[in-house]
Write a protein that binds this ligand. Structure first.
Ligand code: IDP
Ligand code: MG
Length: 139
């Protein structure tokens, strides 16, 4: 294990529901340092690009619509074993399968509207961080 960075999004459902503060608190309690944080809103083109890996999936169009429906909060996070660690704090993609005490168990409505994104590997974390932050902005 070593200190690494990961990327996270508090999705539009959670921002609209006023859950961003509690989600950030759970992330910080899990030992993550916040290197960068910003509220923004994705354009359709940005959402399509961000989720390009899923473009052939049946849920792609709905996912893009969801991710563009309102403001999101993008975060650059650092911790030991950050990528895997954040995925543990998030819980399973489908909240019905998410473990007790995870963010998705607590806040997610369903497999699509699941309140948080976290990178799935160090390589994707680097790409996703670069999509939203310039290195010079990360403290
Ligand atoms: P992850 O967010 O846990 O990494 P992915 O499989 O990468 O999950 O899927 C990206 C996002 O697409 C999910 O977080 C969720 O919002 C949406 N999604 C994934 N699978 C489905 C599905 O079967 N139906 C609807 N939306 C889905
Ligand atoms: Mg994923």
């Amino acid at each position: 294990m070593s200190v690494e960075r990961t990327f996270s999004i508090i999705k539009p459902d959670a921002v609209a529901a006023g859950q961003a503060g509690e989600i950030l608190a759970m992330i910080q309690k899990a030992g993550f340092k916040v290197l960068g944080l910003r509220m923004t809103r994705l354009t359709e083109t940005q959402a399509q690009g961000f989720y390009a890996v899923h473009k052939e999936r049946p849920f792609f169009e709905g996912l893009v619509k969801f991710m563009t429906e309102g403001p999101i909060i993008v975060m650059a996070l650092e911790r030991e074993d950050a990528v895997k660690g954040l995925r543990e704090v998030m819980g399973a993609t489908n909240p019905a399968n998410a473990a007790e005490g995870t963010i998705r168990k607590r806040f997610a409505a369903n497999i699509e509207r699941n309140c948080i994104h976290g990178s799935d590997a160090p390589e994707t974390a680097a790409q996703e961080l670069a999509f939203f932050f310039s290195t010079a902005d990360l403290l």
